[in-house]
Design a protein around this ligand. Structure first.
Ligand SMILES: [Fe+2]
Length: 269
C-alpha cells in the first residue's frame, strides 16, 4: 500500500508495497500517463523495485494508482512500530510445512534458510517471517485455485517463524510446482515461495517471492520481469547451498532478505 521508506502512500486500492521510487528516497515528483500516476525517481536512486504499472503483468493495470499520492509526515512512517504478531504464539513447528498433517506431503523435500538484514547489514532479530506456496503439483490449498492439479491432504502450504539472534530464518517444506495463470496464453509461473516480513517498523514491510535457480520459466515470467534490472531480479533467486542441504534427506536453498537500502530485496505480490 505504501512505500517502505518514503513518505508517500497509495490512496486507492491495495496493491503491492513499494514502487514509489524505492525504499531509499521520498517521492519527489510524478507525472500522469493515461490516467496513471507514474513516480519519477531520483537519479541517485539505486533500487530494484518494480513499477506499479507494468502492462505485461496484466493485474497491474487494474491496481496501478490513478490518483495523486498522499504525503505523510516522515516521523509517522519511520517511527511507527511494525505490526504485532497477533495473539497466537509462533511455534517452532510452524516452520516445518511437512509436519502439519498426519502424513508427509508428496514432493521434493527442501530446506530454505537465510538471514534477514537491515540496510546497514545488521541482522533483524525476532522478526516474523511468513511463507505460503503451492504444493508440489502446483496447486494452492485455496478455494479460488481451480488449477486442474491434485491437492495434497498433507500439505497446507503456509508456515511462519521468528528470526534468531543472527537474523536467521529456516523453513522445511517441499519444492512448489509451476502452475498456469491467466495473464496470457500459455502463461506459467516459475516455482516460487511467497514471503511476508514486517521488520522493525512500517518502513521495513516486505511482501515478495523467492524463486529457484535454473528454473527455465524465470525468463518468461512477467512478474519477475517487471523488475527492470537484472541485478534486482537475481536478488529474488535463491541459491542451492550444500551447507544447508541435509545429506540423504533434503536439498537446501539459501536466500537472504534485505529490508531497506540500496540492496533491498524487491517487492512482488
Ligand atoms: Fe504464487
Amino acid at each position: 500500500m505504501y512505500r517502505r521508506s518514503g513518505v508517500c502512500i497509495k490512496p486507492v486500492q491495495e496493491s503491492r508495497p513499494g514502487s514509489w521510487g524505492g525504499r531509499n528516497a521520498p517521492c519527489t515528483d510524478d507525472r500522469s500517463l493515461s490516467g496513471f500516476i507514474i513516480p519519477v525517481k531520483a537519479l541517485s536512486d539505486v533500487e530494484y523495485e518494480p513499477p506499479y504499472l507494468y502492462p505485461d503483468y496484466r493485474s497491474t493495470e487494474l491496481r496501478a494508482p490513478k490518483h495523486e499520492p498522499v504525503r505523510l509526515p516522515d516521523e509517522w512512517f519511520h517511527n511507527t512500530p511494525g505490526p504485532a504478531f497477533g495473539r497466537i504464539p509462533v511455534r517452532v513447528e510452524d516452520a516445518d510445512l511437512t509436519r502439519q498433517h498426519r502424513g508427509e506431503p508428496l514432493g521434493e523435500r527442501i530446506v530454505i534458510t537465510g538471514r534477514v538484514l537491515d540496510s546497514d547489514g545488521q541482522p533483524v532479530r525476532n522478526t516474523l517471517v511468513e511463507v505460503w506456496q503451492a504444493n508440489a503439483a502446483g496447486r494452492y490449498m485455496d478455494p479460488v485455485d481451480d488449477h486442474d492439479a491434485p491437492l495434497d491432504p498433507n500439505f497446507t502450504g503456509a508456515g511462519r517463524c521468528l528470526t534468531d539472534d543472527h537474523g536467521l530464518y529456516r523453513f522445511v517444506t517441499v519444492k512448489p510446482g509451476a502452475y498456469p495463470w491467466r495473464n496470457h496464453l500459455n502463461a506459467w509461473r516459475p516455482a516460487h515461495v511467497h514471503f511476508s516480513l514486517f521488520g522493525p517498523s512500517l518502513s521495513s514491510r516486505v511482501v515478495t517471492q523467492m524463486y529457484f535457480p535454473g528454473d527455465p520459466l524465470i525468463p518468461l515470467d512477467p512478474i519477475l520481469s517487471s523488475i527492470a534490472d537484472q541485478r534486482g531480479r537475481e536478488l529474488l533467486i535463491a541459491r542451492l547451498d550444500l551447507d544447508t542441504t541435509v545429506p540423504a534427506w533434503a536439498l537446501g536453498y539459501r536466500w537472504d532478505i534485505v529490508l531497506r537500502g540500496g540492496r533491498a530485496t524487491p517487492t512482488e505480490s
